[in-house]
Design a protein around this ligand. Sequence first.
Ligand code: SAH
Length: 386
Amino acid sequence: MSSTPEPPGAARLGSGTGSLDRYGATRGQIDALIAAMGEPPYRAHQLWDGLWSRRARLADLTDVPAALRDQLETALPEALVERARSIADDELTVKWLWECVSGGAQVETVLMRYPERDASRGRATVCVSSQAGCAMACTFCATGQAGFERHLSTSEIVEQVLRASHETPQRVSNVVFMGMGEPLANYDAVWASVERLHGDLGLSARHLTISTVGVVPGIRRLAAERLPVTLAVSIHAPFDEIRSTIVPLNRRYPIAELLDAAREFAAAKGRRITFEYTMLEGVNDTDECARALAALLRRFSSTGAHVNLIPYNQTAGLVARASSGDTIERFASQLIAGGVNATIRRNRGVSIDAACGQLRWRERDGAEAETGVASPSRRPSVRMAP
Ligand code: SAH
């Protein structure tokens, strides 16, 4: 497993490395820190191996002396503080609300576990946030309606994966950039986190999925990258007139342009693209939409397209309403009859407000931080952000 190349200036770091954080520090920075602390080089190896290969908590690295671990807690601080945790009834879905140590912004992460009888053989997926808030303003999305706060740094993104993996016996094998934020609007930090998840954590690039609302220049950049990550495009409607009303970015990059860029990505990487389609009652769930979407995607590219229909997770205060289960099934059948591969996303974590931005939305409006399942009756009524 190769480690990430050093950023300029990394070698100059001494013991007073205030800017280092636990999952931002590269192997070279860890080596320099351990040397500056007067410790032998094999301690750097133990630390690196424990944090990244064994994916253990610093506190659990018992091969490192306790006094040194204590010093490292301060020298290599975490970038996120846990503010709330919700666990679904079946305990397979866990959602965190974190506060960033730097500046206090709040972001969310979801862990989805897929156990097997032998727990060590199961797999898990982590859904990470790439920004605190989002500037894209999609009308049905809690994060979009709350507005943009700031970009997350690479270490804040990577830490979400490590902290979630500490909480599951199943090996985290997949990471999806489907939490808060638009990953391609924070391209450099997101790409650097992809490089670290691949190079330092050992995840396969195809198991890293970047979901975009349609930032066309970002899709083109992705197509030119060395690592073949998986691309998911939030299409949500087959007509510009409808798409522009729910996804404001469509006015800048309309459907035809978006599909051109997606086709370019598919051709460059030889990978099938997933199209996400959140089903909104009376907006994009008609037979006409299903037929038009099938026509758009049927001959999308030689690699094909896959549509993932997402049942809308209702957010209090937003006008969007979920399509019924029957409507979603009918829509899926029409896509399949029209020659397009389609599946319905099994909504995990509805009971814990696991859709984009929902937990923060609830917390911000005064609900107490809680551990356990949020029952709908205990949810406070929330108002839409101005
Ligand atoms: N900005 C990225 C990631 C957003 S979250 C993107 O737009 O792709 C991942 C998906 O969840 C997107 O398709 C988004 O539109 C959708 N989504 C957001 N809020 C939702 C909700 N309450 N219910 C169902 N899907 C939602």
